[in-house]
Design a protein around this ligand. Structure first.
Ligand SMILES: [Zn+2]
Length: 149
């Protein structure tokens, strides 16, 4: 049994599962503590997805009647199921995903963060203060998505 706590900073649900899943499994096999913090798992206040949001979130033209909140909650449920299978923890920071913060189009999503969209420094500080990890992993920059910067 180890008392080492590993904190993974995940922009979206499933980013850690897909980019660091093997490492998380190895750490848990050694009984080390793993906390996955998902930063941008929040939805907007819209009643229904805009056409761009439908496309960006992968629904395209399929006939689904999910609200933005339904979509983001389903993604969070999938991430919790992944973490539960490995006996790890998921913490949701709850900031809205870029598609709910007004980023539209591939160039905007893959570009620089707007000046009115600052990095979540206070959420990061609170997380570090609360979790007190010995090791932090920041697999954020993979792909260049604005939420990964
Ligand atoms: Zn992501």
């Amino acid at each position: 049994m180890s008392d080492t706590t590993h904190l993974f900073l995940s922009p979206h649900s499933d980013d850690v599962a897909l980019s660091c899943g093997g490492l998380v499994a190895r750490l848990r096999a050694r009984h080390e503590h793993v906390v996955i913090a998902t930063f941008y798992g929040g939805a907007g206040s819209l009643a229904q997805l805009t056409p761009y949001q439908r496309e960006a979130l992968g629904f395209g033209e399929r006939r689904v009647t999910l609200s933005p909140t339904d979509v983001m909650e389903e993604r969070a449920r999938e991430d919790r199921a992944y973490a539960a299978a490995l006996d790890a923890w998921v913490v949701g920071v709850g900031l809205p995903d870029a598609v709910f913060r007004g980023y539209e189009g591939e160039a905007a999503l893959m570009g620089e963060a707007r000046s009115d969209d600052p990095a979540p420094a206070s959420a990061m500080a609170e997380l570090l203060h609360t979790v007190k990890p010995e090791v932090a992993y920041v697999p954020l920059s993979i792909g260049g998505h604005v939420d990964h910067r």
